[in-house]
Write a protein that binds this ligand. Structure first.
Ligand SMILES: NC(=O)c1ccc[n+]([C@@H]2O[C@H](COP(=O)([O-])OP(=O)(O)OC[C@H]3O[C@@H](n4cnc5c(N)ncnc54)[C@H](O)[C@@H]3O)[C@@H](O)[C@H]2O)c1
Length: 361
């Protein structure tokens, strides 16, 4: 997480506890026909993003999801059936349900397979946007497992050397528990930034830094509006573009989901479901060594990383996911600072549907 901590004046913001934010979010989903347990899962995933400072993937996105449910493009209550395709492998047709619910259930299923066989792999088709990748890594880490959780996404950048949008901002998410130490939670878009950060800059009327995106003609731009009409730039040139293609192969080509530029953009494509695919792999950390050896080696890695001599101007070396983890601890005790203007569309929906508002909104 590279964005600085919030520093806007208090009246523009409201502090909600995680519990309040979850209840509010779940109530909004339930109002559109999502069964209570699934609404609670979606709310938990979104609020976890807010807790971790990944505000671009939090409850501010709810109106977009509700709009697709109301348009019949997301099924609020699909029946899921995991089909075994081998001792530790299953596939799942998400039936255009909410990506949060599909991915959470798929990780659960993969954990069950891994408990029995050491590894669990679930390929998912017909899913939708699942939000912050780290949510599902943490689900596995908190159960004591390592995980790779991939998704493909709607077109956002060209293949290297091309122009326009083809592959997604599909996050590369890999996690490993480190009992007694700091877990590894690498959750990164293969683009310089996730598109959510450009939407956030647009909402806040801010320019974006050079090097994040190009406009529709392929020229560099610092205007978030132009960037949203153009394309995002990959990290590391051809290497980032290749990672995004890899996500499309694992999550799309192999699972039966949409691929090769065919995944629907949740904000632009309203004539069909998104057709997102996920590739969810979890594994026991003690596959090759004892659990004690694996934990001790992970702790040694973390200690070594964190005690590396620091570059000039650096106060502390962090593990991937550590800054977000600290933000989560702080926000769990202090509350989550939401910009009132960002919550206004949710408040409007709540008022129109008779959903009670949290105090202070
Ligand atoms: N579902 C989707 O289709 C989709 C698409 C794109 C992005 N996303 C989500 O958007 C979110 C943001 O993605 P992003 O690429 O902008 O993330 P980011 O650039 O904020 O962070 C990427 C990774 O770098 C690590 N990191 C950042 N600063 C660090 C530091 N100083 N020291 C050590 N590690 C550090 C973070 O912990 C994180 O693991 C992610 O949660 C991602 O899953 C989702």
């Amino acid at each position: 997480m590279t964005q600085p901590k919030d520093a806007s004046p208090a009246p523009e913001r409201v502090l909600l506890t995680a519990q309040t934010a979850r209840e509010f979010a779940a109530a909004l989903f339930e109002k559109t026909g999502v069964p209570q347990p699934d609404a609670a899962i979606a709310a938990r995933c979104l609020v976890r993003a807010d807790l971790r400072g990944v505000d671009t993937h939090g409850i501010v996105r709810i109106p977009g999801y509700l709009k697709r449910i109301e348009a019949g493009l997301v099924d609020p209550a699909p029946e899921f059936v995991f089909e075994p395709v081998g001792p530790s492998v299953a596939r799942l047709d998400g039936r255009d349900g909410l990506g949060f619910v599909i991915a959470t259930r798929a990780v659960d299923h993969a954990l069950g397979l891994a408990a029995e066989h050491g590894i669990g792999l679930v390929g998912v088709r017909n899913s939708t946007h699942f939000g912050m990748g780290a949510t599902y890594l943490l689900q596995a880490i908190e159960a004591g497992y390592g995980a790779m959780v991939f998704t493909n996404a709607s077109p956002a950048m060209p293949p290297w050397g091309g122009r326009g949008e083809l592959f997604g901002t599909s996050p590369f998410a890999v996690g490993m528990p480190a009992p007694g130490s700091v877990p590894f939670v690498l959750d990164m878009s293969p683009t310089v930034v996730a598109r959510g950060k450009i939407r956030k800059a647009e909402r806040e009327g801010r320019a974006i830094p050079d090097g994040w995106a190009v406009d529709a003609e392929g020229n560099p731009t610092t205007d978030p509006g132009e960037a949203l009409k153009g394309g995002l730039l990959p990290i590391g040139g051809a290497k980032g573009a290749g990672l995004s293609m890899m996500m499309d192969i694992l999550c799309g080509v192999l699972t039966g989901a949409r691929f090769a530029g065919d995944v629907g953009d949740q904000y632009k494509v309203f004539d069909r479901p998104q057709g997102v695919g996920h590739f969810i792999f979890v594994f026991r950390p003690d596959l090759f060594l004892t659990a004690q050896e694996a934990a001790a080696r992970m702790a040694h890695l973390v200690k070594t990383v964190k005690s590396t001599p620091k570059a000039a101007g650096v106060d502390e070396i962090f593990m991937p996911g550590e800054i977000e983890g600290r933000c989560e601890v702080a926000r769990l005790s202090e509350g989550i600072p939401y910009r009132r203007v960002d919550l206004a569309p949710l408040v409007e929906i709540a008022k129109a549907g008779g959903t009670p508002l949290p105090r202070g909104l």
